[in-house]
Design a protein around this ligand. Structure first.
Ligand code: FAD
Length: 386
């Protein structure tokens, strides 16, 4: 059964899904080893670089393919069926760049130079916005990382937590308070600059391969042009962050992998209490049907909202609650599908050698990526009461 047939709209999208599929299938073979040995999946990122996957959201004029949100969701979902941690990490890179490509709010020279680094030198970038003191930046806390103005630029000091793929990043977009003000800005930080280091603090049971370590900034001297975004600028700041749909795409990818495994298991497993495999047991069929229904619901919502973003740009400004609702519905559906898939497989799903237990741990992280469930529900209630 081709899960992409009903969503693929043209030949370009077929090629993109095939590209993501090749990478995903290679990652899936290594997933267990990396997870068991607690190692960062450098090899996955080498493959991503070689394949050109990292430049897909760049503008065409700067060497990219300028893929849109619908396409991003599709390839990220497929990639996550192989390895969710690598998919989430590269999703931050691709998604963030997609937003910059669509809004073009940075100084053009700074953006062009960054695109060149990504297209030619295969550089990787991510936003480093979370800090131990603020928790999730989406809750509005002011960063404790500080940027102080000098005659020639800025000096940054601080510590960022949860920086996905920190060990392979070439650049970070670091949020910092500007001087002693309440104003916040994002600084483009080249990891080659003195004072930038990574502390390997990521010791989790979920999404281990993201290596979301601490990024430490000690007297990091940056040029004036490094301040690429500040409160009130860019002007398109009111547009919702649609690129964050790479998050639900990732977790539903995990659910798809679990679904595939459970269905194959039901076809293959024949205990001697039955005349044939468990796929013929009505209760197992009921569970498979439930997974399919949940998957249908989640993917219809995910793809239709992404498609609306692409095809109806005039409505983008009003799509914040729709995009947030997609995150809520899809990540919770993913959670439910993995749970049902594990019930089909039974206790074998708990063995370290079984991918199901990794899906179970990984899918859990979706709850703690933005926007969090309580924020979505609060947003919907507020809107209804207005
Ligand atoms: C796998 C993974 C990868 C990530 N990658 C990145 C990355 O690359 N870059 C990055 O910047 N971040 C990243 N993050 C961080 C992520 O975006 C969140 O900032 C982080 O998970 C903390 O979320 P939290 O809800 O636990 O945080 P907290 O804000 O500390 O919240 C903890 C709990 O306290 C409560 N709470 C806290 N503040 C409030 C409030 N104001 N109002 C109501 N309730 C509140 C909530 O109930 C919440 O559940 C990543 C996270 C994960 C799990």
């Amino acid at each position: 059964m081709d899960l992409y047939k009903s969503f693929i709209q043209n030949e370009r999208q077929r090629k993109l899904v095939d590209l993501a599929g090749e990478l995903a299938d290679a990652f899936a073979k290594r997933g267990e080893t990396y997870d068991r040995e607690d190692e960062f999946p450098y090899e996955n990122f080498d493959d991503i670089k070689k394949s050109g996957y990292g430049k897909l959201t760049l503008p065409k004029e700067y060497g990219g393919e300028e893929i849109n949100l619908y396409e991003l969701v599709m390839i990220q979902e497929r990639l996550a069926t192989g390895d969710a941690a690598t998919a989430l990490s590269i999703g931050w890179h691709l998604g963030g760049l997609m937003e910059l490509t669509e809004t073009r709010t940075w100084d053009e020279k700074v953006f062009r130079d960054l695109c060149k680094e990504i297209a030619v030198s295969k550089a990787l970038i991510n936003r480093a916005a979370t800090e131990p003191a603020t928790g999730s930046p989406t809750r509005g806390g002011l960063p404790q990382t500080k940027a102080v103005k000098t005659e020639t630029g800025w000096i940054l000091n601080g510590r960022k937590s949860f920086t996905s793929m920190a060990r392979v990043l070439d650049y970070s977009l670091v949020s910092a308070a500007i001087g002693d003000t309440e104003e916040k800005g994002f600084f483009l930080v080249d990891h080659e600059v003195e004072g930038v280091s990574v502390e390997e603090t990521w010791d989790t049971i979920s999404m281990k391969g993201t290596g979301s370590d601490d990024l430490v900034l000690t007297d990091v001297r940056l040029p004036a042009s490094s301040l690429v975004e500040r409160d009130g600028i860019p002007v398109d700041k009111d547009l919702p962050k649609a690129w964050l749909l790479h998050i639900p795409a990732c977790y539903i990818g995990v659910a798809i992998a679990a679904r595939h495994y459970a269905i194959q298991f039901a076809k293959d497993y024949s205990p001697n209490s039955l005349p044939g495999p468990i796929k013929d047991v009505p209760e197992v069929q009921r569970k498979i049907g439930e997974m399919e229904l949940e998957l249908f619901k989640a993917r219809q919502i995910l793809y239709s909202v992404a498609d609306k973003w692409v095809k109806e740009p005039a409505k983008r400004e009003d799509m914040a609650s729709e995009l947030a609702s997609v995150k809520h519905v899809v990540t919770n559906s993913a959670f439910q599908i993995v749970d049902t898939a594990m019930r089909i497989v039974g206790a074998k799903s708990l063995f370290r050698s079984n991918p199901m237990q990794r899906y179970y741990r990984d899918v859990r992280a979706g709850l703690h990526n933005p926007p969090m469930d309580d924020m979505v529900i609060g947003m919907l209630a507020k809107q209804a009461l207005e």
